[in-house]
Design a protein. Structure first.
Lengths: 448, 396, 343
């Protein structure tokens, strides 16, 4: 009020109104007319009503030190002692209390890898290996127990080795051979059991020996890790939220590329299938897909195949994000000038060569900012797994921390705290995506 | 669909038939269809086998069975003796109710915030952007849970509600409001109102045609209002203007009577509106920014005020940019309303869950809600696409 | 690119799908695995609840331990899998859990159409109501006009609508919640004036979730029969029989006065019934008939206790739940717990 009065006085005094300095800035931005002044006053009044009580609740009257709930009840402010008391349960859910260093380490690993991946200088093929190693380490430290070595582990290792060798080959034939081998091993991961059973039958037919190869189907031997085994049903809190969203985007990515290519394919049946899948998934809410994962997936699998709750939700999330990512990638594909396609055709490249070497590398770089945005959305959406009873960050707070009757009155502190966690992650990622967008923008402008 | 990579014209195939592109295309598709069919066959086979092994029955016959479930919030009459089919209908109507009201309110709030973000007033634009940034970066589910908990703790006890006045009460039981006791006069006035509404539209169409034809704009606002309101008021007054209200009264446990909006519905509505409005604000903002600055300057040169510029020049043009992303926000809002079950609001998903648990028909129940959402999504897309076509730039 | 994608997809799928358990008899699977997987409640004091260190306690939990003791001779060979009301049947049907011991009501529909079969009754319960003491309500019939919080997806909501209908309580309103935690939280926050679930659940909730348990009363009426007991999948009669007879053995033990404290002395009892129960007499090996060791019931009683032991320990008058034996007393003491003879 005082300011606006002094402003009018200056006007009345004669010299031209100040356009620089603090007062000038205020005049331009806050009081440039009756309407504007009115708006400013209303907004200022709103702030005056909201800020003092919120600030005193959050900071001034808040209990920061360790304190029992009774002390908190006596105070008028927020009870951050509640967070102090329950932060481990909020962060790690049901994970065994004395083993909390493990999810802490796993969480640190994931966050470090996400942050490292933000640097453009690390956008090299080897970062995939870093991620594979990092995720392996994450599962190792989270699961603990003994690592069972079976045909499956062997096939995974063999496929990975073949893949790496294949990608490093410059010789086309050799490269192709190694990649096909990798594909074969990858198929064995799933179908190995069936292959062994067939071979077993063949051996029985030929030599009359029963179950000669059956032991191959089981666990060959185990490597103890020295850590106690913690099943996925006990995983929870922030590591779970991070895992669901990171795997959700990484595994969905190749699927999304295929879907996007399929949607632009000239082959009508393939195109119809991809359009159908994408539109179906985008037309229904995520929660219904989580129900499908949680309630129907076990029905779809052969009898006797068990699938953990975590994996069910993960499958649903992957299927969900694949459809959304596919649309993002399609946007990138459409933005590639036609000349690029024609040039590739003119060089006589095959469809896959054209896509893998010319179109996709350009298209994907183009859509990295929207991909980051999809990741932000997915990160928030993982909170829905709490509805199918996975103890993610939200459920660990709601049922385990706030569920404690002694602390129930401090729900606002709990929810504010995790809202802050979600906010920090999402806010920085969205700033990062905007930064990338500007970078690409200037890059493209320079080229012109 | 524009084909970005047309088949280059090639010299006649020199190689064998298997190098022919068309043959290959057909072959790939056959392989693909076979693979998909095999996948589906395996899934269906597993499912049938699993259902049989678990002794589960299938079919949609449960929709006709007595449900016995309680539904607290319904637009149409509900009795536990009604069937599961009707329960679904109640759920769908509840979803649509929160969806439609939510879309309207979110659009209004979002447009205001979006314009506020572009305001020349520094304070207002900062406040708007803080709102947008905060709300967008916190999961909706968390917001819903928070709001519901807030209602549960912060609102006054049911027997000691906050008396707003005029028959309005606010308590843990929700918002209670007086309800008009309907009599013949109201029905008559309502019918007259509908007729006048139609007459008003006819008048406006005529006025616009006349303006297009002659360049002279007949007065529109006042005659419209008069046509709309006067006959209704006259009829209402002539019939004695009965206005008796049903007001909630205190009983042993809570206030009963009048109309009530439960805290469950309020939570879901508030959560959806606040959340979606943040996204709509961004769309409105970028839509307005997409209109070139020359338009504003031209409007200024024509002597339009800022308000007129916004209303007559900027918004109509921005609308073309806004409609497609707005459509997807509307879809998101409806899909997000599926989180209602966290606050005890019985939308179609909550009903589906109850049905699934009471009948054990998980497959059917989940398929049914997916079908419901697909139908709603497609309808919204269709409606918005039609609207989009209507307002699209007519290129001549 | 396609190869890469497919390989990656296969990796992902392999990492997600656990190894296929060989389809076969449940009992064989349990023995092969070396432990029993037991579906329990996510948290219901007195029935199944885990403390901060993940140690489970409760009647339902003890039943699982007893089954493990009978099969393996070691009550600790159990993995507990917390399941929600919505997930429980599916968890049993799909083979995720071997036995569902999760305060589940035995009804015809469930026995006949959900691919499962109940083995017996570990707790005779009935649905009741809880209200705040200050409302002064004395009977459930007075609740016309009240809002009643209830969890969905259970028999509870069906009983409630039946009760309201039968008593013409049209003004009462059910507020339905997806999860039990939400229903109780809403009740204690004052959203509803009454809360309904099984009487044992009411007692459990009152002791665990009420700020001051004495501010709430449980009304005398029980509006339904809720016999709670463990259920197994259909298709393995052997395992079904074991679970059933483990329950009976615990009741029989109480009847003959064999409890956790005195079971070693009782081994020397001259009573032939006790001898048969504890498998002392090699010529009369009851365990063999069930495919178990002779001392199966001895292990159950020694490591877990008889029925009275587990009742008193988890829900009895000396626990926070303060539930009298009532219907759950032995038949000889006016209750319903009755075991067919072990002979």
């Amino acid at each position: 009020m005082a300011v606006s009065e002094s402003a009018t006085e200056t006007v009345a005094a004669g010299p031209p109104p100040a356009t620089t300095g603090f007062i000038g800035w205020m005049r331009r931005n806050l009081f440039s007319g009756i309407w504007n002044t009115l708006l400013t006053l209303v907004a200022a009044y709103l702030l005056f009503v909201i800020i003092p009580p919120v600030a005193s609740w959050l900071f001034i009257d808040a209990v920061w030190s360790e304190a029992p709930p009774e002390t908190c009840k006596a105070a008028h402010g927020a009870c951050w002692a509640f967070i102090r008391e329950k932060h481990r349960v909020i962060f790690f859910g049901r994970y065994p209390f004395f083993e909390h260093w493990r999810p802490l380490l796993g969480m640190g690993l994931l966050i470090t890898m996400v942050m490292a991946s933000c640097f453009r200088r690390f956008w090299r093929p080897w970062i995939a290996l870093v991620w594979a190693g990092g995720l392996g380490a994450f599962f190792l430290v989270m699961w603990g127990g003994a690592i069972p070595i079976s045909y499956r582990t062997a096939a995974i290792a063999a496929a990975a080795v073949a893949l790496v060798i294949g990608l490093r080959q410059s010789n086309g034939g050799m490269r192709s051979l190694m990649l096909w081998l990798a594909l074969l091993f990858a198929a064995l991961i799933l179908a190995g059991g069936a292959v062994i059973r067939v071979l077993d039958a063949v051996v029985k037919e030929l030599f009359g020996v029963d179950d000669a190869l059956a032991p191959l189907a089981g666990v060959w031997f185990e490597i103890p890790t020295g850590l106690s085994f913690v099943p996925t049903s006990l995983w929870g809190g922030l590591p779970l939220t991070l895992l669901l969203s990171i795997l959700g985007i990484m595994v969905a990515f190749p699927l999304a590329i295929l879907l996007a290519l399929g949607r632009r394919s000239k082959l009508p049946l393939i195109r119809m299938f991809c359009v159908g899948y994408i539109e179906l998934i985008r037309g229904v809410p995520l929660i219904s897909l989580l129900f499908v994962g949680s309630f129907l997936l076990p029905l779809f699998l052969p009898r006797g195949v068990e699938i953990a709750d975590l994996a069910r939700a993960q499958v649903a999330i992957i299927g969900f994000s694949a459809a959304y990512l596919a649309e993002v990638i399609r946007g990138g594909l459409q933005a590639i000038p036609r000349g690029q396609y024609e040039a590739a055709d003119a060089l006589g490249l095959s469809y896959w060569q054209k896509m893998a070497k010319i179109v996709l590398p350009q298209a994907i770089v183009l859509v990295i900012p929207p991909i980051v945005n999809t990741f932000i959305g997915l990160f928030k959406d993982t909170s829905l797994v709490s509805i199918v009873s996975l103890t993610d960050l939200l459920l660990s707070t709601k049922d385990m921390a706030i569920g404690d009757v002694n602390w129930r009155a401090f729900y606002a502190e709990g929810y504010t705290f995790i809202a802050l966690i979600y906010f920090v992650f999402c806010f920085f990622m969205s700033k990062y995506s905007q930064y990338l967008e500007r970078q690409f923008e200037t890059g493209r402008r320079k080229r012109r | 669909m524009a084909n970005p990579n047309p088949t280059p014209v090639r010299a006649p195939a020199t190689g064998a038939w298997w190098n022919d592109r068309r043959v290959r295309a057909v072959f790939y598709q056959i392989v693909f269809v076979l693979a998909v069919a095999a996948g589906i066959w395996v899934l269906v086979d597993n499912t049938i086998e699993n259902l049989r092994a678990r002794g589960l029955r299938t079919g949609f016959d449960f929709l006709g069975a007595r449900s016995g479930i309680p539904i607290s919030d319904s637009i149409i009459p509900w009795d536990p003796d009604d069937t599961f089919g009707r329960a679904y209908l109640v759920g769908i109507l509840n979803t649509l109710r929160v969806g439609i009201v939510g879309i309207i309110l979110a659009t209004i709030l979002g447009t205001i915030v979006g314009i506020a973000r572009l305001s020349q007033n520094w304070l207002v634009s900062k406040l708007a952007s803080i709102y947008v940034e905060t709300i967008r970066n916190i999961p909706l589910l968390l917001q819903l849970i928070f709001i519901y908990a807030l209602f549960g703790f912060a609102l006054p006890e049911q027997l000691d509600p906050l008396v707003i006045g005029g028959g309005f009460f606010l308590s843990k039981g929700g918002l209670m409001f007086p309800l008009l006791k309907l009599e013949a006069a109201h029905y008559a006035a309502g019918s007259v109102f509908l007729v006048s509404f139609a007459a008003m539209i006819v008048y406006n169409v005529w006025a616009k045609r006349r303006q297009n034809a002659t360049g002279v704009a007949p007065p529109r606002l006042l005659p419209s209002l008069a046509m709309l309101l006067l006959p209704t008021i006259i009829v209402f007054l002539a019939m004695g203007a009965p206005a008796e209200f049903d007001v909630a009264a205190k009983t042993r446990f809570r206030f009963i009577g009048g109309g009530a909006i439960g805290p469950e519905f309020l939570t879901v509505l508030l959560g959806l509106v606040i959340y979606t409005a943040a996204f709509i604000a961004e769309i409105v903002r970028s839509g307005i920014l997409a209109v070139s600055y020359g338009q504003t300057e031209a409007a200024g040169a024509l002597g339009l005020t800022r308000g007129q510029t916004l209303r007559l020049v900027l918004l109509p043009q921005a609308l073309r940019v806004i409609i497609p992303p707005m459509t997807s926000q509307y879809l998101n809002l409806v899909k997000n309303s599926s989180l209602a079950l966290i606050a005890g609001y019985q939308d179609v998903v909550a009903i589906e869950n109850m049905t699934m648990n009471q009948t054990g028909r998980a497959l059917e129940a989940i398929m049914l809600i997916m079908a419901v959402y697909l139908t709603i999504s497609l309808s919204i897309s269709l409606a918005m696409n039609t609207y989009n076509k209507r307002i699209a730039l007519k290129e001549r | 690119m396609k190869k890469l994608a497919i390989a990656a997809a296969a990796f992902a799928a392999a990492a997600l799908v656990a190894g296929p358990a060989l389809a076969g008899k449940d009992l064989d699977n349990i023995r092969k695995r070396g432990s029993l997987v037991c579906g329990v409640n996510t948290g219901l004091a007195g029935f199944s609840i885990a403390d901060t260190q993940g140690r489970w306690t409760g009647i339902d939990v003890d039943v699982c331990r007893a089954i493990a003791a009978a099969i393996f001779g070691d009550a600790n060979k159990v993995q507990f899998k917390p399941t929600s009301a919505q997930q429980r049947f599916q968890a049993l049907q799909s083979g995720e859990v071997d036995v569902l011991s999760r305060n589940t009501t035995w009804t015809l529909t469930r026995d006949a159409s959900l691919g499962m079969i109940f083995t017996g009754v570990t707790f005779y319960d009935g649905q009741g109501f809880m209200v705040a003491k200050k409302l002064g309500v004395k009977s459930a019939r007075e609740l016309d006009g009240a809002e009643i919080c209830v969890q969905s997806g259970t028999t509870t909501e069906l009983n409630l609508t039946d009760f309201l209908k039968a008593n013409n309580m049209g003004k009462a309103k059910a507020i339905v919640f997806e999860k039990i935690e939400e229903a109780t939280a809403a009740f204690f926050s004052g959203r509803c004036q009454a809360y309904t679930t099984d009487a044992s659940g009411l007692a459990s909730t009152r002791s665990k979730d009420a700020k001051n348990p004495d501010d709430f009363v449980i009304l005398p009426e029980l509006i339904s029969k809720e016999p709670l007991g463990p259920a197994v999948r259909r298709g393995d009669e052997e395992f079904f029989a074991i679970v059933k007879w483990v329950l009976y053995a615990m009741v029989e033990a109480e009847e003959y006065g064999v409890d956790r404290a005195n079971v070693d002395q009782m081994k020397g009892s001259p009573n032939p019934a006790v001898k048969r129960l504890l498998g002392v007499d090699a010529k009369n090996d009851m365990g063999k008939l069930l495919g178990l060791k002779a001392d199966w019931a001895y292990q159950v009683i020694k490591q877990v206790g008889n029925y009275g032991d587990i009742y008193d320990r988890n829900v009895g008058p000396k626990t926070p739940l303060k539930l009298e034996r009532g219907l759950n007393a032995l038949w000889s003491k006016g209750g319903l717990q009755y075991a067919p003879p072990i002979r």
